[in-house]
Design a protein around this ligand. Structure first.
Ligand code: MN
Length: 339
């Protein structure tokens, strides 16, 4: 399929590059490093070769979320965002941007998101799971009350928020002791991100802010497969559920969430996601440079789904969600004129 749009596609700046170093064997690091630092050359070649018209780019992980010092987190976020804006400006029809945000401080995160959306023309934010604050040993999740003003602003801006994985902190990883193979994309990324997404839902956040749009990658981090069970455990017991959200968890998952195919190129899994959340809420992605563009595109282009769904998932859903029919220069101009 030509004209695909992909939106979990990462780059690094020198300050964040080494955050990605542990995820491949040492002999692959030069290749991964080259892929992360490149935007305008190898990446474009891969896109052209495999029918990807546009990538919405985001910083690697955990990057800003793993910087406990708020001022430093803001500085690195701004540095990455400014660099990304420059890169996107070179080819705005091929690249768009997600903001990195210093979520350690909800007010700083809000103002940086506003700057990125209104001044730099970014399409939303991609955040790498919980943030570390203070001594770095406490994970802060975004369902907590101090984040609700941030979410109110995200809803007002109308920009999607991509909740991207990171590994749990060592203090919270005892279940993986002796089984480090389970960390990262094998298992821990999905577990960590799925629980965070469920915390957001269960907190009642989407009752207060029903227009928030959250994106999760990797075909939903396992959530589609578990969605019925989450709402129906012990169904013979007529006690009310214990979460703060008013409706079933599934209702919010279906109305406030979008999934991407990043790093999970399996038709059986895609079909399950389509049966739970529907083809209108699934978006093609690669997870470059950690996954190969050809692996994603060759699988997706040939997957046994209808051509109508292929066009939705491959392109149209993203174009609608990110308003990509509206040129970024025009949208920035409108926002600046309004200020
Ligand atoms: Mn990723």
């Amino acid at each position: 399929m030509q004209g695909k749009i992909a939106l979990e596609e990462h780059f690094a700046i020198p300050d964040t590059l080494l955050d990605s170093a542990g995820f491949v064997p040492a002999e692959y690091w030069p290749e991964l490093k080259g892929r992360l630092l490149d935007i305008q050359e190898r990446r474009l070649t891969e896109m052209d070769r495999h029918g990807i018209e546009m990538m919405i780019l985001s910083l690697n992980a955990p990057a800003v979320q793993a910087i406990p010092d708020r001022a430093m987190a803001l500085e690195i976020a701004r540095r990455a965002n400014d660099y990304l804006a420059e890169q996107v400006a070179k080819r705005p029809t091929r690249f768009q941007a997600f903001a990195a945000l210093p979520m350690q401080d909800p007010e700083l995160a809000t103002s940086e998101l506003e700057r990125c959306v209104k001044t730099l023309g970014f399409r939303g934010a991609l955040v790498n799971g919980f943030s570390q604050i203070a001594d770095g040993r406490a994970p802060i999740y975004y369902d907590l009350p101090q984040y609700w003003p941030f979410w109110a602003r995200v809803e007002q801006l109308g920009t999607p928020f991509y909740l991207h994985p990171r590994n749990p902190l060592p203090e919270d990883s005892r279940i993986y002791e002796g089984h480090s193979w389970l960390l990262g994309p094998t298992w821990a990324f999905g577990q960590e991100t799925a629980v965070h997404a469920l915390r957001l839902i269960g907190s009642g956040l989407f009752d207060a802010h029903p227009n928030l749009r959250i994106i999760v990658g990797h075909m939903g981090e396992g959530l589609p497969y578990s969605m019925w069970r989450i709402d129906h455990r012990n169904a013979w017991v007529k006690a009310p559920h214990k979460h703060k959200a008013k409706r079933k968890i599934r209702d919010y998952f279906n109305e406030n969430f979008y999934l991407t195919t990043s790093g999970n190129f399996r038709t059986q899994t895609l079909i399950d996601a389509m049966l739970e959340i529907g083809a209108d809420r699934i978006l093609f992605s690669v997870d470059w440079p950690f996954e190969n563009v050809d692996h994603a595109a060759d699988w997706f282009d040939a997957a046994s789904i209808s051509e109508t769904d292929r066009v939705k998932i491959g392109r149209d859903n993203a174009a609608r969600l990110f308003k990509l029919d509206r040129p970024v220069s025009a949208s920035v101009g409108i926002d600046q004129a309004a200020e």
